[in-house]
Design a protein around this ligand. Structure first.
Ligand code: SF4
Ligand code: SF4
Length: 398
């Protein structure tokens, strides 16, 4: 396979030449400004962060992309997808359009501040999807967010950082988790679905919140819980409310099933097939790079200094380029990668989930598995040419 092109702007800025100006330069140089045309519906797929995580993408970066799309008289749409589980509390979760909208607003993302509609690709419940058949080693179909069908152009606008479950949160993860409905999120995380323990069900004593939050109404409690697995989409809502509201343990999921990273990449394959490779552009923002995903309600110290913003048509190459530059960087001494040196694998050593009993962090290499398996499935190549597009003197205003 030929090498893929990756472009980037670094993190150096000057008065009147900010990272927003550099993002605009990348928009022009990467071909996006030519690809987006009048009246195009442009879905900008991103992540609005969990409340309490202060390292998620800054709203101004998204606003800048929205304004660039509008400058072409096209129609920008900011998009995310519903998360698994069902939240409780003020900023309890990201599991429905309403919950996520509330959290996005708390983090500064509203239709007013962004100047564009904010939608969930997979609708209110995370069930508005279309099936794309694949022949993976694990999966036979992928439930892709239905709104993607309406896009002329999809910009995968991704915060590049680590991830406690998959090693790395980049373009591939934004495709394989970020663009699929709850069914396919669950087929990645916990494909066996809900395990029912009727003895723990409170039955008539309970107000049955599990029935109310089940999007497919496949639960009966008579006198104890039963689930019609032919209709269950594995959304985890029932287990969330059973534990948090009913204070019971009648429904559980196995979150440790082997092969999750490969299943995520198979999801990404389904998304690319369902949307069409030619319509997808990738931008990775490699700023505020901690080992934790934006989906958790905290963010540890960054592992390395900010690197810049990348663009490519290849999701494997752009993630590989970002990962290589993270690994080449000198780590921040106060971070969990502080004792490493340039060339060391920062994400493997900085797994944020130490063993509960021993407190020891075991190195993991799921980020390498992502790239290897994506290359094997022909989603792109780890072989790339990297071009910095902001060399030379910046424009200098008065
Ligand atoms: S929420 Fe839990 S305890 Fe209550 S009815 Fe449902 S399964 Fe039973
Ligand atoms: S039974 Fe299935 S579809 Fe219904 S809430 Fe539970 S996991 Fe979701």
């Amino acid at each position: 396979m030929a090498k893929s092109k990756v472009m980037y702007v670094d993190r150096k800025v000057w008065p009147r030449y900010s990272m927003l100006d550099k993002l605009e330069l990348l928009w022009k140089k990467s071909g996006l400004s030519k690809a987006v045309q009048k009246n195009h519906r442009v879905i900008i797929k991103t992540h609005f962060g969990n409340y309490g995580n202060l390292m998620h993408l800054r709203p101004a970066l998204l606003r800048k992309i929205v304004d660039l799309v509008k400058s072409k008289e096209a129609l920008p749409i900011l998009a995310e997808s519903c998360g698994l589980g069902y939240g409780t509390g003020l900023y309890g979760g990201r599991s429905t359009a309403a919950e996520y909208g509330r959290m996005a607003a708390a983090n500064g993302f509203t239709m007013g501040s962004m100047g564009a509609p904010i939608i969930m690709l997979d609708g209110y419940w995370g069930t508005d999807t279309f099936d794309v058949p694949i022949k993976g080693s694990h999966l036979e179909k992928v439930a892709v967010g239905a709104a993607l069908r309406d896009a002329d152009i999809v910009i995968m606008f991704t915060h590049f950082k680590g991830h406690g479950g998959t090693g790395m949160g980049g373009a591939l993860k934004n495709l394989g988790i970020g663009c699929v409905g709850k069914y396919s999120k669950a087929m990645m995380h916990a494909p066996s679905g809900p395990q029912v323990n009727p003895e723990e069900c409170k039955g008539a004593e309970c107000s049955k919140p599990c029935i109310r939050v089940c999007p497919t109404r496949c639960i009966t409690v008579d006198p104890k819980i039963e689930i019609d697995m032919n209709r269950c989409i594995r959304c985890v809502h029932c287990a969330s409310v059973c534990r948090r509201i009913a204070k019971a343990d009648a429904i559980s999921f196995d979150w440790g099933e082997e092969g999750a990273v490969e299943r995520m990449i198979e999801n990404a394959l389904g998304v690319i097939r369902g949307v069409g490779k030619d319509r997808i552009y990738y931008i990775n923002v490699a700023l505020d790079i901690s080992e934790a995903c934006d989906c958790v309600p905290f963010a540890p110290q960054a592992l390395v200094p900010d690197i810049g913003i990348f663009a490519s048509r290849d999701p494997v190459a752009i993630d590989a380029a970002c990962l290589d530059m993270v690994n080449q960087a000198v780590p921040i001494s106060t971070s969990t990668a502080g004792e490493l040196k340039p060339g060391d694998d920062k994400f493997s050593a900085a797994c944020p989930w130490p063993d509960r009993a021993t407190g020891i962090r075991t190195p993991f290499f799921h980020h390498q598995t992502q790239l290897d398996y994506a290359e094997k499935l022909d989603l792109g190549t780890r072989s790339y040419t990297l071009k910095q597009v902001d060399e030379g003197k910046p424009p200098w205003g008065p």
